[in-house]
Design a protein around this ligand. Structure first.
Ligand code: SF4
Length: 368
């Protein structure tokens, strides 16, 4: 995928954002401020501008405030254990579910095959594990439609119907030159996003897709298709919220499977996670003396990102950590010890809860 003036956005590869502000302008994404103030409650990922932009989010806010039906659609690619970054998308789904939305949780096994070559039998087992994570985080299966792409004929039918109106040059302009399977999986994802609006699920309705900014090409393609097929299906253009991409623990722009020191998973043992945290890149100074004099730089610190994105819910506590770092009152060694404590106690409790939900996850997927 080509580099634009704001960086690289590639849903199947590396994404590096140089400026979120410029990105809003270049891609016609609206800033979240203002519209988010109309929400009855603002979770930390909205208060802290981790979700920074949207397309047609007003429609969802109106549905929430007027108690009208809406869908929250998100897909998780079963290509391995969920890493810490996935928590954000799942928390967004859960938040909007609690606000009255019906969740459509797609297990993107077609994409896992096309992008990662993972056979369906294998991704089925991975999906059990991933879904148990989502349940442990609080997803309510009673208000969710959970399905595998490969088994959902309506989604595949929509992909074929859409395919007729997408030329090779259009799809190449969006995604660059890729193999045909990825193009097909992009059309399948458009089917996923519009599935909640089929008659079978009550017909057209506002549909929110909470995603990382790297997924914007899929949103643009799908909105274009929703517009083209509006007359036939009555589709409401899907809305999207965009969250920032979390940096790798090693200081790289994005957590990547290619570098295991850049991330940890929700199933990883706590010793391994502790090791990665203790060896993480920080915004600290080269020596303790300099850090005490100049203070650290939490803005470029992946440890601070972990607090901000996932682990410190209380804004006052987060500000205290920020100020103590900035003023040189905290040194990175002691702060990393704190991070190890906070993260591993969360992971231990999460793994305990998840373990008790594996059978439920198998049953939901019809594998018991
Ligand atoms: S003190 Fe903590 S937040 Fe500040 S740079 Fe060091 S590790 Fe990062």
């Amino acid at each position: 995928m080509k580099k634009s003036s704001v960086g690289i956005i590639d849903p199947w590869g590396s994404t590096e954002i140089e400026s979120y502000e410029r990105l809003l302008e270049e891609f016609g994404i609206q800033p979240l401020e203002g519209v988010a103030d109309k929400l009855p409650h603002k979770p930390s990922f909205i208060r802290r501008k981790i979700i920074f932009g949207h397309r047609d989010f007003e429609r969802i806010v109106d549905a929430i405030n007027n108690k009208q039906p809406f869908a929250v659609m998100s897909g998780i690619k079963p290509s391995g254990p969920l890493h810490i970054g996935h928590i954000l998308t799942i928390r967004e789904m859960i938040f909007f579910q609690k606000m009255g939305g019906t969740v459509f949780y797609c297990i993107a096994d077609i994409e896992a095959y096309e992008d990662n070559g993972i056979p369906f039998e294998e991704s089925e087992q991975i999906a059990v594990d991933n879904l148990a994570d989502a349940l442990a985080l609080g997803l309510d299966p009673a208000r969710a439609y959970i399905y595998r792409q490969s088994k959902e004929n309506d989604v595949k039918d929509l992909a074929f119907i859409f395919a007729r109106s997408v030329t090779l040059s259009t799809i190449e302009a969006i995604y660059g030159a890729r193999h045909m399977g990825l193009y097909m999986s992009a059309l399948v994802q458009a089917g996923d996003i519009l599935l909640p609006q089929l008659k079978r699920f009550g017909g057209p309705k506002p549909t929110l897709v909470p995603v990382g900014i790297d997924q914007d090409p899929h949103i643009r393609l799908c909105r274009d298709l929703a517009h083209k097929f509006r007359e036939k299906y009555g589709f409401v253009l899907p809305s999207a919220t965009y969250h920032k991409i979390i940096r790798g623990l090693d200081g790289s722009p994005k957590m990547s499977k290619r570098n295991p020191m850049s991330y940890f998973t929700l199933t990883e043992d706590v010793e391994s996670i502790s090791y990665k945290l203790r060896n993480a890149f920080t915004g600290g100074r080269p020596t303790a003396k300099e850090q005490k004099e100049l203070g650290g730089e939490p803005e470029r610190c992946p440890i601070f990102d972990l607090y901000k994105f996932f682990f410190i819910e209380d804004d006052e506590k987060l500000l205290e950590i920020y100020m103590k770092c900035r003023n040189g009152e905290t040194l990175c060694g002691e702060d990393k010890a704190f991070a190890v404590e906070v993260v591993t106690s969360f992971i231990k409790e999460h793994q305990r809860r998840k373990h008790s939900l594996i059978d439920k996850s198998r049953a939901i997927l019809g594998l018991d």
